[in-house]
Write a protein that binds this ligand. Structure first.
Ligand SMILES: Cc1cc2nc3c(=O)[nH]c(=O)nc-3n(C[C@H](O)[C@H](O)[C@H](O)COP(=O)(O)OP(=O)(O)OC[C@H]3O[C@@H](n4cnc5c(N)ncnc54)[C@H](O)[C@@H]3O)c2cc1C
Length: 302
């Protein structure tokens, strides 16, 4: 990252929230469930499936976590009623992971009951490294009771290779991504080439173990690694998928779909957009740079 981009990222907290919201709009379907339904319908019409996420994380109030369970039930009902090609993704800390692991497990289980009733699927997102082991514990506990649940592996984490061995043995359904949180060097690879090499290695470990993998990346090199693996393992279209985030690289997305692969877009909605949006903007300092230019233009005019 250039010094200028580093400076932009460091000063993001000073940017007025309405401005961040405007620029982050491309990554978020909107505030309401209707917004997510509209976006998913449009994606489905282009042959792209989705996973709907309700924005929110790091909840420390039990009632808020219980409200999130009810909100996810509404999402599942809407997917069913509108006949959407979409599953759901959730953040464990929104369901109470930081309050109490057992409480979180029961909340996610309540969602899993609905997921099972609708014949759908739920993916438990992976948050920062303080959550990794607890998230895997919740995942393994749920797998004893439910089939339609998966989780996420991050290739920047040094522990992921060992985690993948266990997950492969459990024939887990996994999303493989690089990882988005700022982790210390003792826990995470910092060299992009190593993160990429590990992505490729983990993909092989998981596919060797017979896992279904969602290859989640916007990096052409990692998409190519996905294509290589699909070829080498002789995978049929229903044995893997590519995944991308809403608002990122529509050209790459359309290219993957045109080549006949299944592609799923992560569609977040809700009012708790700030943490999600700033993580996205930190990944794309060029966009953050536009925000700053906007501030200065405004300043000059007023
Ligand atoms: C479907 C999906 C789900 C995810 N779930 C998780 C999760 O549960 N836990 C987790 O830690 N991480 C998650 N991530 C984020 C992931 O870990 C990476 O941080 C993110 O995808 C960027 O890595 P990359 O593979 O796209 O490669 P990069 O090398 O970072 O990016 C490749 C290219 O994509 C472009 N790009 C990347 N991000 C953006 C952006 N926001 N705006 C514009 N261009 C961009 C870059 O400019 C670059 O050219 C998820 C990603 C996806 C696609």
């Amino acid at each position: 990252m250039s010094l200028f981009n580093k400076a932009i990222v460091a000063t993001l907290p000073l940017v007025p929230r309405p401005l961040v919201r405007r620029f982050a709009g491309r990554y978020i379907a909107g505030d309401k469930l209707e917004d997510a339904v509209r976006v998913v319908k449009a994606l489905n019409n282009r042959g792209i499936c989705a996973t709907i996420d309700i924005l929110g994380e790091e909840i420390d109030d039990r009632d808020e976590a219980l409200a999130a369970v009810e909100a996810y039930k509404k999402v599942l009902a809407a997917i069913d009623a509108e006949k959407l090609d979409s599953n759901i993704s959730l953040k464990p800390t929104m369901l109470g992971l930081k309050i109490d692991k057992a409480f979180c497990r029961e909340n996610v289980a309540a969602i899993c009951d609905e997921v099972k009733r609708y014949g759908n699927f739920v993916r438990v997102d992976m948050e920062d490294s303080s959550c990794t082991q607890d998230t895997l514990d919740v995942y393994y506990a749920l797998r004893e009771r439910y089939d339609n649940v998966g989780t996420v592996i991050q290739s920047y984490l040094r522990r992921s290779l060992a985690d993948c061995a266990g997950l492969a043995a459990a024939k887990a359904n996994l999303r493989l991504c690089k990882g988005i949180y700022n982790e210390p060097r003792e826990l995470a690879y910092k060299d992009k080439a190593v993160v990429n090499a590990n992505f490729s290695l983990l993909l092989d470990v998981l596919l060797d173990g017979g896992c279904y993998v969602g290859i989640a990346t916007h990096d052409e090199k990692m998409v190519w690694e996905g294509l290589r693996a699909v070829y080498e393992y002789g995978l049929e279209r229903d044995q893997y998928e590519f995944q991308m985030l809403l608002g990122v690289d529509a050209k790459l997305r359309d290219t993957i779909v045109a080549a006949g692969h299944k592609l799923r877009i992560y569609v977040p909605f809700g009012t708790a957009w700030y943490a999600y949006s700033t993580r996205r903007l930190k990944e794309n300092p060029r966009l953050a740079g536009q925000i700053f230019r906007n501030i200065f233009v405004k300043y000059e005019l007023t």
